[in-house]
Design a protein around this ligand. Structure first.
Ligand code: GLU
Length: 497
C-alpha cells in the first residue's frame, strides 16, 4: 500500500511552501488509495518553537488535509498520536536511532569524529577562501575503531559521521526530475549523531521512513542534495529505498525565494486575512501542477481524484498573489451564503462591527447574511468584506457634504432632491422595501417628476454609504431597512443645510 508522509520540523509556523508539500503528499496518497502520515521531526531541540506542532496540525486541518496516521489533534485540541508504528514524534524515538547508529559503527560504515568546532570553522574558512567545495575533510575517518572507542570511553566528546563511499556515483530516479546523479567524492561524511546523542535529520528521517513503511518521499527541492546521503544509509542498512519526488522551489514574482521579508508566508497569515481554505488549497495545488486542460477550479475532493505526479512540473512555481485573489473571489461568490456568513463572523468581530449589532444570535446572522450578500462580489477576502461593509453598521458616517453633490448640481438643489425623495419613500409600505421594488418605484418617481437620475441616486447612495464607491442605493436601502434609510437621508440633509 502507498504511504506518504509530511515531516515538518516545528521550528516555526506552517509556511505556504510547506502546505504545498503536505498537500501534494496527501493528494498523491489519496489518489493511490494509500495513507497520509504526519511525523514531527523535532530533533533540533534548540530551534523548537512553543506551540509550533499544534500550529502545523491546525493549519493542515483548516486546509482540509486529514491525517490517517501519526500526529493529530483531538477534538479538544490536544496532541494525539494514531497508528501502530509510532511514536511519531522523533524526540520520543531516541533509542531507536541509537540502535542503528551503533549498527553502522559496528559495521564500519560510520565513525566517531572528535574534531572540535574551532577546527571545523577554520577548515570552512580555508575552503571558502580558496574557492574549494566546503565540507568535512574526513580527518577522523581513519582513526582505528578500537582507539576511537577508548577515547569515547575516556569521556571525549564526539559526533558520529557516515562513511560515504569515496568514489563512484549515486543515482536514482526522481518521480518529478527523472534520473539524478551525484558524484560521491563531492559528498562529505555527514554527521548522523550529534555530540548530545541526538540523531541528525538524515539518520532519523531514513530510519523512520523505513520503519514507518513510507513508500513515497515527496518533499521540497532543497532536500535533493541530501538524498544521496539517505540512499547510502538505506544501502548500508540493507533496506529498500522508497521512491523520491522533489518539488520545485516556490518563488515570488520578483523571482526570489518566498520569505517572510516579502510579505505573508504562513498559512495562518492567509487565514487571518480572510482567504478561504478552499481557495488557498486550489491555488496551491496549481503551484507546479495542472490537470493538463483549461480547468482551474477544483475542490479538494476533485483534486484527490485527479492529482498525479506526472503532471507536476520541475520548473520553479510562482506564487502570484493576484491569482490567489482571483481564486478567493471565485470561492467568495460561489460558497453557500450561510456558510460564507458563518465564516465571516470573526472578521466582523475583528472589524469591531458585530458588537454593535449584538452577538451572533440567529437574528443577527440573518441580518449579517444580507450584508454579506451585498458585498461578496466586491471583496477579495473576508477581511476586506468586513471592512467594506462597516458603513452598514455605523452610527454615524464620516463624509464631507460636498460628496453628496452630483456633478453640476448644488448643495441647495441636492438638499431639495433628498427631501422630496424622503417624502416619497415615506409613502412606501414595508413590503415594498426590497431592492427590486425600491428600484422600480424610485425610478418611476424620478421619471414622473422629470428629475435627472444622477441628481437623485448619487446623493441617495452617498447618504446611505458615506462613500464614493459602494453597492447600489437600492441594495443598501433594502438591507438597512426603512427606518435607518430615512434617518441617513435626514442626516445628509442636515449636513447640506
Ligand atoms: N524535517 C524536514 C523538514 O523540515 C523534512 C524533510 C523531508 O521531508 O525529508 O522539511
Amino acid at each position: 500500500m502507498v504511504k506518504t508522509r509530511f515531516a515538518p520540523s516545528p521550528t516555526g509556523f506552517l509556511h505556504v511552501g510547506g502546505l504545498r508539500t503536505a498537500l501534494f503528499s496527501y493528494l498523491f496518497a489519496r489518489r493511490q488509495g494509500g495513507a497520509f502520515m504526519l511525523r514531527i521531526e523535532d530533533t533540533d531541540q534548540e530551534r523548537l518553537v512553543e506551540g509550533g506542532m499544534e500550529n502545523f496540525i491546525r493549519s493542515l486541518r483548516w486546509a482540509g488535509i486529514s491525517i490517517d496516521e501519526g500526529v493529530d489533534l483531538s477534538t479538544d485540541g490536544k496532541v494525539i498520536q494514531k497508528g501502530s508504528l509510532g511514536p511519531y514524534i522523533q524526540s520520543e524515538r531516541l533509542p531507536i536511532y541509537q540502535k542503528y547508529a551503533n549498527q553502522l559503527l559496528a559495521q564500519g560504515q560510520a565513525y566517531y569524529c572528535f574534531c572540535a568546532k574551532e577546527r571545523l570553522e577554520e577548515l570552512r574558512k580555508f575552503q571558502e577562501l580558496n574557492k574549494l567545495p566546503t565540507g568535512y575533510d574526513s580527518r577522523c575517518r581513519e582513526i582505528p575503531a578500537a582507539e576511537a572507542s577508548e577515547r569515547r570511553a575516556a569521556g571525549e566528546s564526539a559526533v558520529v559521521r557516515l562513511k560515504m563511499p569515496a568514489s563512484g556515483e549515486t543515482t536514482f530516479t526522481d518521480l518529478i526530475r527523472g534520473e539524478v546523479a551525484f558524484q560521491n567524492s563531492l559528498i562529505d561524511d555527514q554527521v548522523i549523531v550529534k555530540s548530545d546523542g541526538f540523531p541528525t535529520y538524515h539518520l532519523a528521517a531514513v530510519v523512520d521512513d523505513h520503519l514507518m513503511e513510507v513508500t513515497h518521499v515527496i518533499r521540497g527541492e532543497e532536500w535533493l542534495p541530501s538524498t544521496p546521503k539517505h540512499i547510502a544509509l538505506y544501502r548500508m542498512l540493507d533496506w529498500k529505498e522508497p521512491a523520491f519526488a522533489h518539488l520545485s522551489l516556490l518563488i515570488n514574482e520578483q523571482k526570489q525565494k518566498l520569505s517572510k521579508r516579502h510579505g505573508d508566508v504562513s498559512v495562518e497569515d492567509f487565514q487571518a486575512k480572510g482567504y478561504l481554505a478552499e481557495a488557498l488549497v486550489n491555488f496551491i495545488a496549481f503551484l507546479g501542477w495542472n490537470p493538463g486542460d483549461e480547468r482551474e477550479l477544483f475542490t479538494l475532493g476533485e483534486l484527490e481524484r485527479e492529482f498525479s505526479l506526472e503532471k507536476v512540473s520541475k520548473a520553479a512555481a510562482v506564487f502570484n498573489r493576484e491569482k490567489l485573489n482571483w481564486y478567493n473571489r471565485q470561492y467568495m461568490m460561489s460558497l453557500d451564503l450561510n456558510e460564507l456568513t458563518r465564516r465571516a463572523v470573526p472578521f466582523f468581530k475583528h472589524a469591531g462591527v458585530l458588537h454593535k449589532t449584538g452577538t451572533d444570535e440567529p437574528a443577527e446572522l440573518a441580518s449579517l447574511k444580507n450584508v454579506v450578500a451585498l458585498e461578496r462580489q466586491r471583496s477579495a477576502t473576508l477581511a476586506e468584506l468586513a471592512e467594506a461593509t462597516g458603513f452598514m453598521f455605523a452610527d454615524e458616517l464620516a463624509y464631507e457634504p460636498e460628496l453628496l453633490v452630483w456633478k453640476k448640481s448644488t448643495k441647495k438643489e441636492t438638499e431639495t432632491k433628498l427631501e422630496a425623495l424622503s417624502e416619497f419613500l415615506l409613502t412606501l409600505a414595508e413590503f415594498e422595501w426590497t431592492a427590486e421594488k425600491l428600484d422600480a418605484a424610485v425610478q418611476g418617481w424620478i421619471k414622473k417628476n422629470g428629475y435627472g437620475v444622477g441628481d437623485v441616486l448619487w446623493p441617495m447612495r452617498v447618504a446611505l454609504s458615506g462613500q464614493k464607491n459602494s453597492p447600489g442605493p437600492f441594495e443598501i436601502a433594502a438591507v438597512l431597512g426603512k427606518k435607518k434609510t430615512l434617518e441617513r437621508l435626514s442626516t445628509a440633509r442636515k449636513k447640506l443645510a
